[in-house]
Design a protein around this ligand. Structure first.
Ligand code: NAP
Length: 280
């Protein structure tokens, strides 16, 4: 599994593991899938206090028990909790559910009504206290990134986690270039469109199948390789099924040829610049 810089500091697995909605899966199967993913190098684990109202952090805590040092653990504070004191209290609750004493990265889940200056001050406090190693944002467009960067300073915002899949390439217009200029890693969420993956009989699905056949890979693996084709990009597919987890992990070694990338870009055009950052 390839590792990449994360905000210019830690090195992180290029393909990680999402956990949204895992509370609705069979718990033992979901825990087994996460552990299988860890075994295969998908050590970047993404969760949030929102997921299952804490149930998913608890499930992740079970999955990583005894192997915390292998994991690059990320969770997110809800915007409504993201005041100066609220962020610190939310972090403490997440640490308890995750059964750990530190996070590798803590994110603001999406922009909310608490002043960003308060959230960033809390993040800095948590770094000083050793509760988090780094922090970042999620669902931030360029205007908000500028504001966060202005408040936090160079090299402080480690990542921006944003929607990025074959049928939604909107971030490529402005968010991705901004992040690349400022050494902010782009973590693409919902890489399979939250389960709305191009069907095998669709025009795009046929292109994916042909590219996949040329590499002895699967269309899902080709999608992940495409979505992580630049050094600034990571992906966090969610799999509550261990077979899916293994398939996703193997994408970490797949290298597309330039001609493959061009074919996929044509089959899934990036379209016009969106008026606002897409989130679903
Ligand atoms: P996703 O990863 O795009 O798709 C998940 C779906 O794909 C599940 O139904 C899963 O099935 C299936 N799948 C996984 N691997 C597969 C494979 N190799 N072959 C076939 N199907 C496969 O969806 P997502 O959960 O929306 O996004 C991923 C993660 O991004 C989330 O879990 C979360 O951590 C993060 N996220 C963040 C935000 C944010 O606002 N920051 C928003 C959305 C998501 P099984 O589960 O049955 O394996």
């Amino acid at each position: 599994m390839d590792q990449r810089g994360f905000g210019g500091a830690a090195r992180v697995a290029v393909i990680g593991q999402g956990t949204w909605d895992m509370e609705s899966a069979d718990r033992a199967a979901a825990v087994a899938a996460l552990r299988r993913g860890l075994d295969l190098g998908m050590t970047h684990v993404d969760t949030a206090e929102m997921y299952g109202a804490g149930l998913v952090e608890d499930l992740v805590g079970e999955a990583i028990a005894g192997r915390r040092d292998e994991v690059f653990l990320v969770t997110k504070v809800l915007p409504r909790n993201a005041s100066r004191q609220g962020t610190i209290a939310a972090c403490e609750r997440s640490l308890r559910r995750l059964r750990t004493d530190r996070l590798d990265c803590y994110l603001l889940h999406w922009p909310g009504s608490h002043p960003l200056a308060e959230t960033i001050a809390a993040f800095e406090q948590l770094v000083t206290d050793g509760k988090i190693r780094a922090y970042g944002v999620s669902n931030f467009d360029v205007t908000l990134l500028e504001e966060a960067h202005g408040l936090a300073g160079d090299g402080r915002i480690a990542c921006n986690q944003v929607l990025y899949h074959l049928q939604e390439r909107g971030i490529e217009h402005a968010v991705l270039p901004w992040c690349e200029r400022h050494d902010v890693t782009v973590v693409g969420y919902s890489p399979f469109g939250s389960g709305r993956f191009p069907g095998p009989r669709s025009a795009g699905g046929r292109v994916l199948a042909e590219v996949a056949a040329g590499h002895g890979a699967t269309p899902h693996q080709v999608a992940l390789a495409f979505l992580t084709r630049r050094d600034s990009l990571l992906a966090i597919p969610k799999a509550a099924n261990a077979v899916h987890a293994a398939e996703n992990a193997a994408a970490g070694a797949l290298r597309l040829r330039d001609a493959d990338v061009r074919r996929i870009e044509e089959a899934f055009p990036r379209g016009v610049k969106p008026r606002s950052l897409p989130t679903a």
